[in-house]
Every structure is written in structure tokens, then in C-alpha cells.
Design a protein around this ligand. Structure first.
Ligand code: NAI
Length: 355
């Protein structure tokens, strides 16, 4: 297979002074991309910094290897400044790797507002801000490749990381929405949950594990996702030590109760079936599918009820005529097609007593 290259493409990699971001920037730079190496130069918790910005060292390394790169030192919360650096230096933006990140690990019992807010600011607002600033450029040129950085903490939850897990799973929702909005304009957006030995994980991983989990073993996958030829859009992957797997949602077959007879006791009686994934489970990819399941089930219930009870007693209310018109309209043709589009349930309670 021919080498996947990035000649003529402009890439922004945030938090590219250290760890994973550095590895991405070096690889993209070595394959022809013009790289904006963004880094604030802060500690793992987002405090301090030692005065020297690591982004400069990464830019030097890319240039020494014959590539093109510029540094940017703004925080990702000011995405327009980072995108301006790209446009001023290279004229456009084609690729964004939203990678910058910090940790503020603390049990929820001890969490302070600052721990929560800083995590949301860097991970969520940061990814939003950089992407938003580049979005219209990408829309106009009908080209964009965006990679967001989630985490297994977000997928599964993690003790002491309720702030971080929330932000990281949020990035997955962000990814899926941008994938849908960008699809027609050839903007593809995917999300990774990486694992790598970096300063972020150095305190919790033994040395030999750090060695086995080099950021360089993640970077080729990010380059693959950043390439023009990437087939997927809106996907989530786990990646580390050369292992790559896709994650997806799964829905149990579920139980359709009779909504009119739904009680907590009725739910309890079939609870095991609600959580049973052994038969009939599906892997939904859109929220419309949920509505479709409900509408199909209700349709089946209606058919069964019609068979079981051929004569329905009249309520004697004047509104009955209107509801029976609505019912037959929604049961066929245009009305039937409308139901999944509206994707909502409206309840009307009309009684004689209330007038
Ligand atoms: P790292 O700490 O080595 O690198 C993160 C970089 O982001 C640092 O250079 C830091 O200065 C920069 N940064 C922090 N706040 C910034 C801001 N506001 N604006 C610009 N730059 C900023 O961390 P690592 O491990 O390379 O992590 C990269 C990404 O991968 C993060 O989003 C992290 O949450 C995520 N991740 C890492 C995992 C791992 O195993 N290392 C696991 C799961 C997710």
C-alpha cells in the first residue's frame, strides 16, 4: 500500500508539547503536514509550568526532520487564536486533533468547583472552541478531519474522576453530532479513548507498563483517522500499545409493557428481561431507532388489542371524534411517515369532570 501522506494539509494538534500530542505532531509533520503545535506548557493539573514551552521543542524537532511547523501557546479555551495561527502561517486548517488535557482527580466527596470547572474548560470548552473556530473554514472548503480525545474513564466511569469521566464521555456525544453535521461537507469526526504511558499516567503505571504503552504506538492510528481516506465518521475507538478496537452501544431487546397498566410492580415482575442481552439485543446508531422500536411495539399492541376487543365502548365525549380522526390519519400514508419524524409522544387528558 502506498504511504498515507499529508502533503499540503494543515494540522492543528492541541496539547502537542508532551505525551500523545507530541507524538501525533511529529508523525503528521514527518508525512508532509504543516503542523500547528499548540501547548500551554502547564503541569498535569493545569497549574504552573516551568517557563519553557515544550511546543517550541516539538516545532524544532519537526523542522530538523525537514517538516514545517509553528508553535502556538494559547489555551485551547481560546480556539480562535489557535486557528488564527494556522491561517496566518499556512492559510487554512484541514485537520484538528483535540488532544490537550489535564487531570484534577479527587473523590466526588472532596471535589471543589474549581476541579469540576477546569476539567470542563480544558476538555469540553477547549475542543468546542478550537473546532468551532475552524468549522466554517472546513465547511466552505468541504474538507475536514477531526479527532477528539475521549477516555475509557468516560466510557465506563472511574473512581475519583467524575469530572474527567463526564467531560470525556461528553466528547463522544460531541463527536457523533459533528459527524452528522459535517457529513455532507466531507468533514469526518472520530473519537479515540487512548492509553499511553505519559506524564499524565506516570504516577499510576509501573515503569515497564509505561514502556509498553508508548505514545508512538497510538500515533499511527491518529494519522489514519486524520487522513483523507479515513472510511469512518462518528466512531469511537480504544487504542493503545498497537491494539485498536471499536466501541459501540448495545440495547437489550427490552420489554414492552402495556403503558396504560404500567406500575412499579409490573416493571419489577419482568426486570430480568429488561436487562437481558442474551437474545434480541441490537446495536443502535441513531436516536430515531428508539422511536421506531416504540412505534412498532405500540402498533403490535394495538393490533393485538383490536383482535382481543372488537367493540370499544364510547366515552361519550365530544372530543372522541377528533381523536379518532387523528388516529386514522396517523395510522396510514403521510400520517404514518410523520410519526418517526416527530419522534415525540403527546398526551391529552380530557375528562368530563374537568370540562
Ligand atoms: P500529557 O499531560 O502528557 O499532555 C497533555 C498536554 O496538554 C500537555 O503538554 C499540556 O501542557 C497540554 N495542555 C493542558 N492544558 C492545556 C490547555 N488549556 N491548552 C493547551 N494545551 C494544554 O497527557 P497525555 O497523556 O499525552 O494526554 C493527551 C490526551 O489524551 C488528554 O486529553 C488525555 O486526557 C487523554 N488520555 C490520555 C490517556 C493516557 O493513558 N495517557 C488515557 C485516556 C485519555
Amino acid at each position: 500500500m502506498s504511504e498515507l501522506r499529508f502533503d499540503g494539509k494543515v494540522a492543528i494538534v492541541t496539547g502537542a508539547g508532551n505525551g500523545l500530542g507530541k507524538s501525533y505532531a511529529l508523525l503528521l509533520g514527518s508525512r508532509g503536514a504543516k503542523v500547528v503545535v499548540n501547548d500551554l506548557g502547564k503541569s498535569v493539573t493545569g497549574d504552573g509550568g516551568d517557563g519553557k514551552n515544550p511546543a517550541d521543542l516539538v516545532v524544532d524537532e519537526i523542522k530538523k526532520a525537514g517538516g514545517e511547523a509553528v508553535a502556538n501557546y494559547d489555551s485551547v479555551e481560546f480556539g480562535e487564536k489557535i486557528v488564527k495561527t494556522a491561517v496566518d502561517a499556512f492559510g487554512t486548517v484541514d485537520i484538528i486533533v483535540n488532544n490537550a488535557g489535564i487531570l484534577r482527580d479527587v473523590s466526588f466527596q472532596k471535589m471543589k468547583d474549581i476541579d469540576w470547572d477546569l476539567i470542563m474548560l480544558v476538555h469540553l470548552k477547549g475542543a468546542y472552541s478550537v473546532t468551532r473556530a475552524a468549522w466554517n473554514i472546513m465547511r466552505e472548503k468541504k474538507y475536514g478531519r477531526i479527532i477528539n480525545t475521549g477516555s475509557s474513564s468516560g466510557i465506563f466511569g472511574s473512581f475519583g474522576q467524575s469530572n474527567y469521566a463526564t467531560a470525556k464521555l461528553g466528547l463522544w456525544g460531541f463527536t457523533q453530532s459533528l459527524a452528522k453535521e459535517g457529513e455532507k461537507r466531507n468533514i469526518r469526526c472520530n473519537c479515540i479513548a487512548p492509553i499511553a504511558g505519559t506524564r499524565m499516567t506516570a504516577t499510576v503505571m509501573p515503569a515497564e507498563v509505561i514502556e509498553a504503552l508508548k505514545p508512538d504506538y497510538v500515533a499511527p492510528f491518529v494519522a489514519f483517522l486524520a487522513h483523507e481516506s479515513v472510511p469512518d465518521n462518528g466512531a469511537l475507538y480504544e487504542v493503545g500499545a498497537g491494539y485498536i478496537a471499536r466501541q459501540r452501544w448495545q440495547r437489550s431487546a427490552g420489554v414492552q409493557y402495556n403503558p396504560a397498566a404500567l406500575t412499579p410492580e409490573a416493571i419489577a415482575a419482568q426486570w430480568d428481561k429488561v436487562g437481558d442481552f442474551s437474545t434480541g439485543a441490537t446495536n443502535p446508531e441513531s436516536n430515531q431507532e428508539f422511536m421506531e422500536v416504540i412505534m412498532n411495539n405500540l402498533e403490535k399492541q394495538k393490533e393485538a388489542a383490536a383482535k382481543a376487543a372488537p367493540v370499544v365502548a364510547s366515552s361519550g365525549l365530544k372530543s372522541e371524534g377528533i381523536f379518532s380522526m387523528m388516529k386514522s390519519y396517523l395510522a396510514q400514508g403521510h400520517g404514518k411517515a410523520l410519526v418517526p419524524k416527530v419522534a415525540a409522544v403527546f398526551g391529552f387528558e380530557i375528562t368530563k369532570a374537568k370540562g
